[in-house]
Design a protein around this ligand. Sequence first.
Ligand SMILES: Nc1ncnc2c1ncn2[C@@H]1O[C@H](COP(=O)(O)OP(=O)(O)OP(=O)(O)O)[C@@H](O)[C@H]1O
Ligand SMILES: [Mg+2]
Length: 403
Amino acid sequence: MRAVQSNRSDSSRTSREHDGSSVNEKSSHSEIDKSVRAIHTPKLRLENVTKSYGAVSALRPTSLDVPAGEFLTILGPSGSGKTTLLQMLAGLVTVDEGDIWLDGKRATHSPPHERGIGMVFQNYALFPHLTVAQNISFPLEMRGFTQSEIQERVRKILEVVKLSHAADRLPQQLSGGQQQRIAFARCAVYQPPIILMDEPLGALDKRLRDQMQTEIRRIHKELKATILYVTHDQEEAMSMSDRICLMNDGRIEQIGTPLDIYFRPQTIFAAEFVGTANVLGGTIHSISHDTMTIRHSGQATIRARLRSGNHWSVGDRVATITRPENVRVLTQDETAENELSVVIEDAMMIGPFTKIHMQTSDNVAVSALTVSIDKEGAFRQGDRVRIGWDINNTVALADRSKQ
Ligand SMILES: Nc1ncnc2c1ncn2[C@@H]1O[C@H](COP(=O)(O)OP(=O)(O)OP(=O)(O)O)[C@@H](O)[C@H]1O
Ligand SMILES: [Mg+2]
């Protein structure tokens, strides 16, 4: 913004000096326009991009804007089109229809080396006969950097990934997590403005994954790169991302911040893929200003808030979504805004929390996640209990599966 303001004062002074020259006025405006456009131009844009392999639609028409510096996670089940999307961006797979824009320039058919995109794959693909330092030097040598510049960059990136001490080792003398960090360093060392990562932590155990997630976030901040990160692990997606792009069957199901997707899922698929969801189907019985009442097949009545943008009518089929951590097992004299009578199927104490699996009278599975209490047999199989939750913790969604 500062650049825009200084442009304006510089050029207005020039205009005055030249006694109101409209040419200068125009050029100042075009400078401002350029700066404003630069601020608003996404780093990366997909516009109705598609890809088919024979009869398989790997990617249906997909549009997506990614601003500079964003950490965007592509999340979705196996076969949903995540790798296809990344490979098209990198130029490794051709686009059937639509366009790819990088920094506002059309790059749909540009060769991979002209796109300024680095890619880290799941299998690290390090050169086994080269040392760590040689592995990292490789992309710099390919790009014609001088020897002194190569040495300096390799030294710096090894510091960033905290592996300076391992510069002279061969990949096989490193742990899986260390090899992964070298694969990332080899990509980051030539500072591509966009880095694509396809399930880079898939082969690591839980503890190493946790460490690497933190490392990648730290390095992302330090390098200020735009990162697209593929995973099918919803917790990884929620903990790492600025935004999550949830994919399903070659389409973007929902895109938003982790909080958007978790608390405001737009489809039943999104609610069930990210976190655990209690899904109860029913029909709208009545609507009064900001609340709707839904009659479930088990005859229970559930209330949910009306969300702006939704156009509901009495009689519409809906599904209500409630997260297990918002469900309470009610004591005898306790009441809640939404209540349901259920039978306990199973209770699992997992340290700080207890997962309670229950069933409604019409055999719908529901679950609650509560803080564990030190009481033997607090939740016994076969017990009939009432559960309850707040209206504000109830999301109503169109239930297309039943139409
Ligand atoms: N080269 C190919 N030839 C034929 N079909 C392909 C090819 N590549 C991908 N597909 C198909 O396209 C669809 C999307 O595949 P893609 O690899 O993008 O999925 P994904 O989301 O990355 O899955 P995963 O999580 O298993 O890696 C799948 O049905 C897949 O079988
Ligand atoms: Mg894949």
